[in-house]
Design a binder for this molecule. Structure first.
Ligand SMILES: C[S@@+](CC[C@H](N)C(=O)[O-])C[C@H]1O[C@@H](n2cnc3c(N)ncnc32)[C@H](O)[C@@H]1O
Length: 259
């Protein structure tokens, strides 16, 4: 089975427990979407692409905040949740069932914002994904992406004494092996490790400027070994990056200004 079919099947199952937008989040969608203040004060009227973002959360929050939303996902089951929640919340959204690597039905330079929750781990190569992001964003458009960080995917086991074993090489290619001790992996999904030069360098090479990068702290100093909150003291689960589409013409950022 291809990684696409494998992940579609995995997300069909995971769609039963995915986190949809709550009533509280829907009352203040911008606060739920943007605790870091990365978005404009209002997204009203903006074209937003929720990329690999099915599941009835981000699409609904952006739509409630007044954006014109397109949500792409490879899983019909996840997109069903978006449609169900859109109906419930009385908002309009457009859904596209496709892999994030190839989105020919979406027009060049048509989005102000691309919001991309954790999902790059489900494709072997980020180059086509970032190429699509760069193609679809307007000049100066905002990209917000979350990515599982490499160390997190390298950890294959814990000793029980609070030590974590890097069981996967940093330069590993191809699907990640099954690992009983690996947290932050989805059961039965095919996942890939992407190095920093792919995650961040790839974004720059595709034509985006990085503006910020955050690592959430989910650790708890009192958590015993075996819990995620213990492991998170050793490695952040993911990173969140804000980038902006470099303008296609004019200042390409290569000019060095010396005063
Ligand atoms: C962690 S979920 C992200 C969305 C979720 N709403 C959230 O808040 O985290 C990952 C999503 O990526 C989707 N996905 C996996 N492989 C994909 C691919 N090749 N193209 C597009 N979406 C994909 C899954 O179906 C799933 O909906």
């Amino acid at each position: 089975m291809s990684y696409i079919e494998q992940n579609k099947a995995a997300w069909k199952r995971l769609s039963r427990s995915t986190r949809i937008a709550t009533d509280e989040e829907c009352r203040n969608p911008m606060a739920a979407l943007d605790p870091r203040g990365w978005l404009p004060d209002s997204v009203g009227g903006l074209n937003v692409l929720c990329l690999a973002s099915g599941g009835g959360r981000q699409s609904i929050l952006y739509a409630l905040a007044g954006a014109k939303v397109t949500v792409v996902d490879v899983s019909p089951a996840m997109l069903q949740l978006d449609l169900r929640e859109a109906k419930k919340r009385d908002v309009q959204i457009k859904t596209v069932c496709s892999s994030m690597e190839d989105l020919p039905t979406l027009e060049n330079g048509s989005f102000d914002i691309v919001h991309h929750p954790v999902s790059t781990c489900y494709v072997p190569d980020l180059t086509p994904v970032y190429k699509e992001v760069a193609r679809l964003l307007k000049d100066y458009g905002i990209y917000i992406g979350q990515h599982k960080q490499p160390t997190n995917l390298q950890i294959a086991a814990a000793t029980g004494r609070g030590e974590y074993c890097l069981g996967v090489e940093y330069y590993h290619r191809g699907p990640l092996p099954d690992a009983a001790g690996a947290m932050y992996r989805e059961k039965d999904a095919t996942e890939y490790l992407h190095r920093w030069e792919d995650l961040i360098g790839g974004l720059c090479r595709a034509g985006l400027w990085i503006e910020d990068l955050r690592e959430p702290y989910w650790g708890d100093p009192s958590a015993p070994p075996g819990l995620k909150a213990h492991r998170c003291r050793y490695t952040a689960p993911y990173v969140r990056v804000k980038a902006r589409r470099r303008p296609r013409t004019g200042d390409d950022g290569k000019r060095l200004v010396v005063s």
